[in-house]
Design a protein around this ligand. Structure first.
Ligand code: PNS
Length: 169
C-alpha cells in the first residue's frame, strides 16, 4: 500500500502538444507556457505530413519552435507523422494537450478528442485556454496578414516576425 502511494506520487506526466505550427504564434507560446507549468514534460510535436502546402518547411517550423521554447527546460520539440495516437504510444505519453480559443474551436476539437479516445482510450486529451489577448490569433491569419503586407508584431515572437518578413519579400 505504502509502495503504491510512493509510486503514484513519483509518476511523471508527459504531455504532447501536436499541431502544424505554420508558424508558431504567441497564442501557441502562451499555451506552451501553461502546459510546461502543469506537466512534468511537454513535447511540442509538428505534424510532418501536413495536407496543405505550408508556408514554412518542417525544418523551419522546428527551428522556430526550438528557439522560442528556450525558456522552458521541460519542453522538447519533435516531429511526427501518421496517427497522433500511435505517436503518443511511441513516446509513452499520458496526455494530448490542445488549446481552445473560442466556441468555434470546440466542435472540431471535441470530435478529434473523442476519435482519439476511441482509437486509444489510455491517452487523455486536456484542453487549455490561451490568454484572452490571443483568442483571435491563428497561424492562418498571421500568414495571410504577412503575405498581404500587414503588421504581425505582438501576434508572433520577434524571430517569427523576421522570418515571415523574409519569406514574403
Ligand atoms: O495545428 P492543427 O493543424 O490544428 O493540428 C491538427 C493535428 C496535427 C493535431 C491533427 O491534424 C492530427 O492529430 N493529425 C494527425 C493524424 C491523426 O491522428 N488524425 C486523426 C485525428 S482524430
Amino acid at each position: 500500500m505504502v509502495e503504491t502511494k510512493a509510486d503514484e506520487s513519483m509518476k511523471k506526466v508527459l504531455a504532447i502538444y501536436p499541431g502544424s505550427f505554420d508558424p508558431v504564434t504567441n497564442g501557441h507560446l502562451d499555451l506552451i507556457e501553461r502546459g510546461a507549468k502543469i506537466f512534468d514534460r511537454l513535447i511540442v510535436s509538428v505534424l510532418r505530413n501536413f495536407e496543405k502546402e505550408p508556408l514554412f518547411t518542417l525544418d523551419e517550423r522546428v527551428e522556430m519552435l526550438v528557439e522560442v521554447t528556450q525558456p522552458w527546460p521541460n519542453v522538447e520539440i519533435d516531429v511526427f507523422s501518421g496517427l497522433l495516437v500511435d505517436y503518443t504510444q511511441l513516446r509513452d505519453a499520458d496526455v494530448i494537450l490542445r488549446g481552445i480559443r473560442a466556441i468555434s474551436d470546440y466542435e472540431y476539437e471535441l470530435q478529434m478528442a473523442m476519435m482519439n479516445r476511441k482509437l486509444e482510450p489510455h491517452v487523455e486529451t486536456v484542453f487549455m485556454l490561451p490568454a484572452e489577448a490571443y483568442s483571435y490569433v491563428s497561424s492562418r491569419l498571421v500568414r495571410e496578414i504577412a503575405q498581404l503586407g500587414g503588421r504581425v508584431s505582438g501576434l508572433v515572437p520577434p524571430t517569427v516576425e523576421q522570418r515571415l518578413r523574409a519569406k514574403v519579400l
